[in-house]
Design a protein around this ligand. Structure first.
Ligand code: PMP
Length: 365
């Protein structure tokens, strides 16, 4: 496809080219349907099959049992910041506990405070969010309503290698917006796991919420209908009109992952190799590139680093763009460079960036 550059955007992010091609081919008229998918009722058989197929593919990829509902919602990941506490702590006097490892957990915490009692049991702000805690760094109450964390902080580029320690009776809640579908996970360890689609799963507009069914029954009776998980679970994600195009595209991305890539373990291997390539360049130019995250907590999805001066930073971004390496500027809150290398970033893109970085350091170091 001509004109496409290597796009390191943090989200909405690169999508697999074969999926975009398929969407293009089927956009005007979905074969056999007589219309574009975007023109069809969400209640019709065609869309219902598409939704069930998307759900089935995600269930198969993660081996998700029927103890969990898989929902396709709107409102981005951000609505989950409110929906989770609204369902689980509003009006019931219980306390939710939060691990704050970066900007997104912090934002979620701010919204949760509006809904009920929350407690921060770990905050990595003193080290500028460059790591995630070890189990000995925090203590979860046995009677907590849930333990909240963000598995991959997209802005800082720090990632949990494994789930935080959580007592058996406390639901573990995870914002996996920027790493769901990038690696295998044991869903049984979670109460709620959610992700907006626009990083690894498709276009913006749909959020996947995987929720243990016993948690559907905790919402206060006067909670707004859309905010109540049970309504979505009881109505097959069609309590209201779902974002049909986004669900369609997400289903195709999930199938690409399952069929073309070969599943989550294969994807994880590729993602680890891609990340290692970039971190190796950073580590072999320590006097020039300054990685943000401590080595053992480095994200496989968002590689964050800085350069010796603002001048060199500007030059890096500009010259990278001239080499068809786009959207590398870091988030305004931490500055520097952020290379987002989600599932759809091909190895060639990472290779091109790694070569560019090596070359840039030798010319400017
Ligand atoms: N959580 C994480 C980890 C994210 O990366 C983002 C988006 N960058 C969000 C939440 C917010 O997502 P949305 O804009 O879809 O609400």
């Amino acid at each position: 496809i001509t004109g496409r550059v290597f796009n390191f955007s943090a989200g909405p992010a690169a999508m697999p080219a074969p999926v975009l091609k398929q969407l293009q081919e089927e956009l005007l008229c979905l074969p056999g349907a007589g219309a574009s998918l975007m023109e069809l009722s969400h209640r019709g058989q065609v869309f219902t099959d598409i939704l069930h197929d998307a759900e089935g593919t995600i269930r198969a990829l993660y081996g998700i049992s029927d103890d969990y509902a898989v929902l396709f919602l709107q409102g981005g990941a951000a609505l989950q910041f409110s929906m989770i506490p609204a369902n689980l702590i509003r009006g019931n006097g219980k306390t939710a506990q939060y691990l704050v490892t970066g900007s997104w957990a912090k934002k979620a915490l701010g919204e949760a405070k509006k809904e009920g009692n929350v407690e921060v049991i770990y905050d990595a702000k003193d080290s500028n969010y460059d790591h995630v805690p070890s189990p000995s760094d925090y203590k979860v109450r046995e009677d907590a309503a849930y333990l909240y964390h963000c598995s991959n902080e997209t802005i800082q580029g720090v990632q949990f290698g494994e789930e935080p320690a959580c007592p058996a009776g406390v639901p573990l809640v995870c914002d996996a917006s920027s790493d769901l579908l990038s690696r295998p996970l044991e869903i049984n360890k979670y109460g709620i796991l959610y992700a907006c689609a626009q990083k690894n799963a498709g276009p913006a507009g749909v959020t996947v919420v995987i929720i243990r069914r016993d948690l559907l029954d905790h919402a206060p009776a006067d909670l707004a209908g859309y905010m109540t998980y049970k309504n979505h679970a009881d109505n097959d994600s069609m309590w209201n009109t779902p974002p049909t195009f986004a669900v369609w595209a997400l289903g195709k991305v999930a199938r690409w992952l399952a069929d073309d890539i070969g599943g989550l373990e294969a994807m994880q291997k590729i993602n680890e190799q891609k990340a290692k390539r970039l971190y190796d360049v950073i580590d072999s130019h320590r006097e020039f590139y300054l990685g943000h995250a401590k080595a053992e907590y480095r994200s496989k999805m968002n590689v964050t680093f800085n350069l010796p001066s603002d001048e060199l930073l500007g030059k890096f971004v500009k010259e990278a763009a001239a080499n068809e390496l786009a959207s590398l500027k870091g988030h305004r809150s931490i500055g520097g460079i952020r290379a987002s290398i989600y599932n759809a970033m091909p190895r060639e893109g990472v290779e091109a960036l790694a070569s560019f970085m090596t070359d840039f350091a030798s010319k400017n170091g």
